[in-house]
Design a protein around this ligand. Structure first.
Ligand SMILES: Nc1ncnc2c1ncn2[C@@H]1O[C@H](COP(=O)(O)OP(=O)(O)OP(=O)(O)O)[C@@H](O)[C@H]1O
Ligand SMILES: [Mg+2]
Length: 284
């Protein structure tokens, strides 16, 4: 069997509604093993909401998410245990813990001892500690933060905090890594280094799905790119295909185009407003 085409992640018909707002609409989405896939789209397109549906943070209003052929229960720790790890658009580290401790916390789903034992350093933890620490140090070497193992997370420069989040995510030994804007706030050198890092992660056999606004980064890295607009998947294909699609440019510029996602709703709203205005006019 060709390993390149085995699906790691399969989202089927995923919809997420918040009251009257449909943030994600009937999205089908696949990530295959060995792939780096990009998810792009204007602000508010529903990218982070979609990640939250994939990782059990949100229970999708409709649809299913499968990892390696098994439907995932929408519970974050079960999703992590199954093999999906993520980073957050707004960095979520334990600010007052050291770099090494942050990575050790990321390992708790893979150790018998569990989170509290890791945090409280109970007797079970001490036994497992050595092996865990070795693995955590390996990851810090890989990410380039080994020399800062004892620094508090909050004292790291922003770019290094983003890297540490990746190390912590890798500590759960995932088969799929989701990165939400990994280069946000990074300088050009840090962005270049992150590009190399993502390739290196893929070369370890971990599939990567990333959200990013830096288009150069996305088109350099990704085997495939999907464009989300108003919660709908507008276009999906290679970097070349996506860059050549004029609907993508129109969507980013906020220009109307035929068949644009949300077009029907926008027309309804406009019609209602026009109706409203004319009724008001009659009353005057
Ligand atoms: N918990 C929530 N409750 C209500 N509305 C929400 C919630 N989370 C997201 N939304 C709405 O869903 C839409 C999509 O937001 P989302 O954060 O997924 O966009 P995004 O594509 O990640 O944008 P950005 O590029 O700015 O990060 C927005 O209109 C947002 O206000
Ligand atoms: Mg977002």
């Amino acid at each position: 069997m060709n390993n390149m085409t085995t699906p790691v992640l399969e989202a089927r018909d995923v919809t997420m509604r918040f009251g009257g707002l449909t943030a994600v609409r009937s999205v089908d989405f696949t990530v295959n093993s060995g792939e780096i896939v990009g998810l792009i789209g204007p602000n508010g397109a529903g990218k982070t909401t979609f990640f939250n549906c994939l990782t059990g943070l949100y229970i999708p209003t409709e649809g299913t998410v499968s990892y390696k052929g098994t439907v995932l229960p929408p519970k974050p720790h079960l999703v992590t245990m199954a093999g999906i790890a993520r980073t957050f658009q707004n960095i979520r580290l334990f600010a007052n813990m050291t770099v090494l401790e942050n990575v050790l916390v990321g390992r708790h789903t893979r150790t018998k001892e569990g989170l509290w034992s890791a945090l409280l350093r109970g007797p079970g933890f001490k036994k497992a500690e050595k092996a865990s620490e070795e693995r955590a140090m390996e990851l810090l070497e890989f990410i380039g933060l080994a020399d800062k193992r004892d620094h508090l997370a909050r004292n790291l420069p922003y770019g290094e905090q983003r890297k540490l989040e990746i190390a912590r995510a890798l500590a759960s030994e995932p088969g799929l890594l989701l990165l939400d804007e990994p280069t946000a706030g990074m300088n050009p050198q840090e962005t270049r280094a992150t590009e190399e890092l993502v390739f290196a992660i893929r070369d370890k056999g971990i599939a990567v799905l990333l959200i990013e606004h830096d288009m150069r980064f996305v088109f350099n890295l990704c085997d495939r790119v999907a464009v989300l607009v108003q919660g709908e998947k507008l276009v999906e294909g290679t970097s070349e295909v996506v860059q050549a699609d004029e609907r993508v440019i129109a969507a980013y510029l906020g220009e109307p185009f035929e068949g644009a996602p949300g077009e029907a709703e926008a027309a309804e709203v406009a019609a209602a407003e026009a109706q409203n205005a004319s009724t008001k006019g009659d009353a005057q």
